[in-house]
Design a protein around this ligand. Structure first.
Ligand code: MYA
Length: 247
């Protein structure tokens, strides 16, 4: 059973386009699975099976009761910017979900795995964040509220957690603008500690692309922009979905 599942996932991966638009992805694999279901098996049973595999994943980038008034106010401000080409990006518990049909694959391939930043069900305990992106300006901004389980120095956020949100926000920015990538290099200057529970802005900007390389810079500031917490640069390298999955 497991071997067949892995063979199925490998065949799917071979048919996924290497560069794809993370926005329209699920529909294409759903269609592919339904078509192959109808072709190769008893339709009614298989359609039910493929629907179970492809049910909509939870979007973690929308407000929940743990979000502070400050987080909500920023969220509303960026949501209202929609007319100026800012869009909120969905956030799922696996990176794989963004590939064509990835939400189905994520139920087959290491199904208990979860994105590090979305590995807690308890709202507000760890990384609470949402990302808005602006394609024309090649920018993204992540609104980040750091929960109590991210403590490093007393009352402040752990440097590793700060690196994680920088890697995630810049990675999302690069993926949104250039397709699937992996982090090749990340440099961070920590300027001022981030108080636990506070809300900060993680602003990312695509500096340039060179072949498969995407260079992104990033600044973390307090919500009102008055205090600089960290500055970073990141290099991402484009990879195929197969590389991402490890096939
Ligand atoms: C809507 C959108 C939503 C998106 C949601 C997303 C959510 C999730 C977001 C989460 C995001 C989290 C993301 C994560 O956490 S990703 C996890 C952390 N990263 C890794 O584990 C990556 C490990 N490394 C590798 O797999 C490979 O080394 C990669 C794939 C990076 C490149 O190996 P590959 O064999 O494929 O390519 P290549 O070696 O020919 O190199 C190609 C080019 O790159 C240049 N180069 C390579 N390395 C470096 C370096 N260190 N400094 C400077 N340059 C470097 C190299 O010189 C060459 O340049 P050139 O000679 O062509 O000029």
């Amino acid at each position: 059973m497991w071997r067949n599942t892995m063979r199925f996932a490998a065949v799917l991966c071979r048919h996924l386009p290497p560069q794809m638009n993370p926005q329209n992805l699920t529909a294409s694999l759903k269609k592919m699975i339904l078509e192959s279901a109808v072709k190769f098996s008893r339709p009614a049973r298989t359609i039910a099976w493929s629907r179970a595999l492809c049910s909509a994943p939870k979007d973690y980038g929308v407000p929940n009761p743990s979000w502070s008034a400050e987080m909500m106010s920023l969220y509303e401000r960026y949501s209202a910017k929609g007319a100026e080409s800012w869009e909120r990006l969905p956030s799922y518990k696996r990176y794989l979900t963004y590939s064509a049909g990835g939400q189905c694959l994520s139920r087959l391939h290491k199904p208990t795995a979860r994105l590090f930043t979305r590995n807690l069900e308890e709202e507000g305990a760890g990384f609470e964040y949402t990302v808005f992106a602006n394609k024309a300006e090649r920018r993204a901004v992540c609104l980040f509220q750091a929960g109590p389980l991210l403590e490093g120095p007393p009352g402040h956020v752990h440097g590793g957690a700060i690196a994680t949100i920088i890697d995630s926000a810049t990675g999302i920015c690069a993926t949104y603008l250039t397709g699937f990538v992996m982090t090749a290099n990340l440099n961070i200057n920590y300027r001022n500690p981030i108080p636990l529970g506070s809300v900060v802005l993680v602003e990312c900007e695509l500096d340039r692309t060179e072949g498969r390389k995407t260079f992104v810079s990033c600044r973390i500031t307090s919500a009102d922009g008055s205090k600089l917490h960290a500055e970073a640069t990141a290099l991402f390298v484009s990879v195929s979905v197969g590389t991402l999955i490890g096939f």
